[in-house]
Design a protein around this ligand. Structure first.
Ligand code: HEM
Length: 170
């Protein structure tokens, strides 16, 4: 299927303003994740109150760079490699993706529509994001040059004080 990038961007814009905005969506994401997948809870040390802002900023950065693969791919690969340090396993990506689509569905259907096309596009986008992050986490050595030229350290982090989840400026 060809990704409908405009539909994904449009639904994320709606998520920012409907049903209490990204704060409601982000907090619900962690609430549902820990209810439905209690096995991943111990991986998270940052409280949801802080963590949800990073996740939502990251989804926003991905949506903003989706038509710009030379920006988006190094961003996703660095993030995949950082997730090695967070003890994330490849199998967890299905749970996180399912959870994000489920909470988006709840969020957007509270004030407007959530269609099968929206669902299919978000699922497809998360499948691609997951594949890129998992591939980088499994083969970090293949991406060392790209990390360096994109402003990341070998472990995918940036310099101390950087907000790693934001797009690195060129
Ligand atoms: C759609 C894919 C994912 C995205 C966009 C994403 C995004 C993020 C972001 C933005 C951070 C903040 C720190 C940083 O940027 O390095 C983070 C941290 C983290 N993520 Fe993910 N993530 C994804 C998948 C996963 C999966 C599958 C897991 C496994 C359960 C996971 C577990 C964690 C953990 C444990 C942390 C550190 C939390 C802490 O500081 O306590 N993430 N993630």
């Amino acid at each position: 299927m060809t990704l409908n990038v405009a539909l994904i961007a449009h639904t994320f814009e709606r998520a920012k303003t409907e049903n209490g905005g990204l704060r409601t969506l982000g907090l619900r994401f962690y609430e549902r994740l820990f209810e439905k997948y209690p096995g991943v809870r111990h991986l998270f040390t940052t409280p949801p109150e802080e963590q949800h802002k990073k996740l939502m900023a990251s989804v926003g950065a991905i949506v903003a760079s989706v038509t710009n693969p030379e920006v988006m791919l190094p961003y996703l690969r660095a993030m995949g490699i950082r997730h090695i340090a967070y003890k994330t396993e490849s199998d967890h990506y299905g749970a996180v993706s399912e959870n994000l689509v489920a909470v988006l569905a709840e969020h957007l259907s509270s004030e407007g529509e959530w269609t099968p096309e929206m669902k299919a596009n978000w699922e497809e986008a998360l499948q691609i994001i997951s594949e890129v992050m998992i591939d980088a986490a499994e083969h970090p050595e293949q991406y060392q040059q790209e990390l360096a030229t994109s402003g990341y350290q070998p472990d995918g982090f940036r310099n101390a004080g950087a907000k790693h989840w934001e797009l690195a400026s060129a």
